[in-house]
Write a protein that binds this ligand. Structure first.
Ligand code: AMP
Length: 235
């Protein structure tokens, strides 16, 4: 196991079924990728799956593009198919970190049904709380590596050489939905559709709130503590 992970042995004993919930730009993707790697389980980001499908110009990717560019939700049948395939994959047997799904009550209910069929239970839902103001500042400056998907920020975590990924030398780009008009739509969609899931999962007793305004190390510690079960807080 990589250093810096919770060392209570829980990763070895039981499967981790984690859902990362929160507005766009809350830091979910960064933390989900790190945690998944350290726990040796897949990071299942529906946004990444859709962007990958688009990069390959598959019919799914091309259909999804029009919604993604506007910051709207992609039709549910597409998402359901993507998630179902991933959850049934043998690579997901020891657990997963879901990032970007479910995104509304319809998806959450279908997800609960799917988990019942697969005889799985959610271990914890980590809810990243961040203000709209921070979201706008973070997303507008965000750049991503085309090759390895590592995230950067022009102001907060710039790459060593402009436009080049420190990790793999890939080209950095700005997501087409990280422009102001799409960011505003994404925030509205989050408030209307996704935010009700906070109560949904709080009532189910699996919610842990994370203060996403802290600097990245603080968020990392809060995530590890919530996953280890050391200090889950109903948010
Ligand atoms: P993300 O990378 O999570 O910010 O997702 C980027 C875009 O992909 C979103 O704005 C949606 O258009 C689409 N998307 C990702 N996940 C979902 C989902 N669970 N349901 C519907 N659309 C999604």
């Amino acid at each position: 196991m990589t250093s810096g992970t919770p060392t209570n042995g829980s990763h070895q004993r039981r499967a981790l079924h984690l859902v990362f919930l929160g507005p766009p730009g809350a830091g979910k993707g960064t933390q989900a990728a790190r945690l998944a790697q350290s726990a040796g389980i897949p990071h299942l980001s529906t946004g990444d799956m859709l962007r990958h499908a688009l990069a390959l110009a598959t019919p799914t990717g091309l259909e999804a593009k029009q919604y993604m560019d506007r910051g709207e939700l992609v039709p549910f049948p597409i998402i359901l198919r993507l998630v179902r395939d991933k959850l049934q994959d043998p690579a997901s047997a020891r657990g997963w970190v879901l990032d970007g799904f479910p995104r509304n009550l319809e998806q959450a209910r279908a997800f609960a049904e799917m988990l019942g069929e697969l005889r799985r239970e959610i271990t914890r839902v980590l809810y990243f709380k961040v203000s709209d103001e921070s979201v706008i500042r973070r997303l507008a400056g965000r750049r991503i590596c085309r090759r390895c998907q590592s995230p950067y920020h022009l102001e907060f975590s710039p790459p060593k050489s402009e436009g080049i990924c420190d990790r793999c030398g890939g080209e950095l780009y700005q997501r087409s939905d990280d422009v102001e008009a799409a960011i505003r739509t994404r925030l509205r969609v989050y408030a209307d559709e996704t935010d009700p899931l906070v109560d949904f999962y709080r009532r189910a007793g699996v919610l842990a709130a994370i203060d996403g305004e802290q600097e990245i190390e603080g968020v990392k510690r809060a995530v590890d503590a919530a996953v280890a079960g050391a200090s889950p807080r109903a948010g």
